[in-house]
Design a protein around this ligand. Structure first.
Ligand SMILES: Cc1cc2nc3c(=O)[nH]c(=O)nc-3n(C[C@H](O)[C@H](O)[C@H](O)COP(=O)(O)O)c2cc1C
Length: 149
């Protein structure tokens, strides 16, 4: 199980429809190619974890790297893992209009992800913990993940 993590900056803000379109196309392609992981979008930044067959993940990253919707792409981590962290491909993004505890927690998590690239860069347990947190947040949110966008 090969995993790849990168971060990038959005070129122009993506509106609801643009996010929806990106997510729908990505989910379909990734499911067909047994690629799991997560795309996090926050404050004009992306961070994405892709996991699956090495060739497929590298090919997809090649396409993503050429996508004009984002820039300043930085590869953070390439790793071989025994198991996938995510059971499917999902996207998470923040909606600051909603200030429930859950959203506050999410905001903290985003800051942790985007301002702790060193954690993401290093192999091992701290990185796993970080993605595990993202994962649990996604599970809580799954039922209204799309309505939240
Ligand atoms: C931040 C970001 C993440 C993306 N993630 C994926 C993804 O996980 N899977 C996917 O199929 N396309 C993803 N895309 C879209 C690809 O860059 C590309 O548009 C898509 O693979 C379609 O390529 P094609 O027109 O050559 O078929 C992403 C684009 C951006 C900007």
């Amino acid at each position: 199980m090969f995993s790849l993590i990168y971060r990038s900056k959005v070129r122009e803000s993506l509106d609801h429809d643009a996010i929806q379109a990106l997510m729908q196309k990505s989910s379909r392609f990734n499911a067909q190619n047994k690629i799991t992981g997560c795309l996090v979008y926050h404050d004009k930044n992306f961070i994405q974890l892709l996991e699956g067959n090495e060739k497929k993940v590298r090919n997809l990253f090649g396409k993503i790297s050429k996508d004009s919707r984002h820039k300043d792409i930085v590869l953070l981590n390439l790793e071989e893992n025994n198991f996938p962290l995510f059971s499917k491909f999902s996207m998470i993004h923040n909606n600051f209009k909603d200030l429930t505890d859950q959203v506050r927690h999410k905001r903290m998590l985003f800051h942790e992800i985007f301002h702790a690239a060193d954690i993401v860069r290093s192999p091992g347990s701290s990185k796993l913990t970080l993605w595990a947190q993202v994962n649990s947040l996604l599970n809580i949110e799954d039922k209204h993940a799309y309505s939240n966008m």
